[in-house]
Design a protein around this ligand. Structure first.
Ligand code: OAD
Length: 266
């Protein structure tokens, strides 16, 4: 009998036969760490929605307000820890010859969980960019001593090194992600509503190129009808279960004591 979570034997087999796994994450993967997702009530700060603050126009109009929101989010994140979903994603990496993690999150929790090279499609709240020179610097202090912060070199305003609404993604990060989606043979899509493009198109690129695409989410999303399987539930429950069973199947050190090798299970 298959486990109630929907992590079926067939699903584990398909994932464990892949040699190139891509994982795409969104805000839902950090929700159990206590980081609010963007859509829905918990995404509001004061009376503002993210879409009203995360724009160049909002920043130009009131950089102090926009930075106060980021300062709030940075403090909130610095008080949290990676959850079992982040840790399981970092573990999964050990089971694959080719593994890529692409995240829409700017919170840095994948890094803190031990993932080796997350591609941050939407940037990071722990970096800032000079609005005059475009140089990027780490900005780790939380809370910020000055809001809005200024460039230590030239004194111009700093902006968060994140992608705002209406802005293009960093070209190298997007091209790299697109290549990964085109060539991977399996993709796990975790905790994203899949409505913000171009990130949301990556699972469709993977599917179009023949990959086995599995979604993990507490609710159906914009791409549920197009993927191979949707596992409904909390990422912190489902992703560790997937990782444990896949690592067992591929015989990785993170798996069981009686592993089945990738060749034997193929
Ligand atoms: P959203 O807030 O749009 O969606 C979060 C998704 O996670 C929803 O589909 C939820 O159902 C799901 N979810 C919530 N809690 C979960 C849990 N514990 N386990 C599994 N799933 C859970 O966040 P994103 O899709 O990441 O962009 O949003 C994409 C982009 O929109 C963000 O990167 C940000 C935002 O505007 C920029 O800032 C450019």
């Amino acid at each position: 009998m298959e486990p109630a979570s929907g992590v079926t034997k067939r699903l584990v087999e398909r994932l464990s036969k892949a040699t190139d796994l891509a994982v795409l994450t969104g805000a839902g993967v950090s929700q159990e760490s206590g980081v609010p997702t963007f859509r829905g009530e918990e995404g509001l700060w004061k009376q503002y929605r993210a879409e009203e603050l995360a724009t160049w126009r909002a920043f130009e109009g009131d950089p102090g307000l926009v930075w106060s929101w980021y300062d709030y989010r940075r403090q909130l994140v610095s008080d949290t820890e990676p959850n079992p979903a982040h840790t399981a994603i970092a573990e999964l990496e050990k089971g694959y010859p080719h593994f890529s993690l692409i995240t829409q999150n700017t919170d840095g929790l994948h890094d803190r969980a031990g993932s080796s090279a997350p591609i941050e499609l939407h940037g990071s709240i722990w970096r800032a960019r000079c609005t005059a020179e475009q140089t990027v610097c780490d900005l780790l202090e939380s809370p910020l001593p000055d809001v809005p912060p200024h460039c230590p070199t030239c004194g111009a305003l700093l902006r968060p090194d994140v992608v705002w609404y209406g802005e293009p993604l960093p070209m190298d990060a997007y091209e790299h992600s697109h290549q990964i989606a085109s060539r991977c043979d399996a993709m796990l899509v975790i905790g994203t509503s899949a409505v913000v493009h171009p990130a949301a198109s990556l699972p469709l690129v993977a599917k179009h190129n023949g990959a086995f695409v599995v979604e993990v989410n507490t609710a159906y999303t914009a791409i549920s009808a197009l993927v191979d399987a949707t596992l409904l539930g909390m990422a912190g429950d489902l992703v560790p279960e997937i990782a444990r069973r896949v690592l067992e199947a591929v015989g990785s050190p993170g798996g069981a004591t009686n592993p089945v090798s990738r060749t034997a299970s193929a």
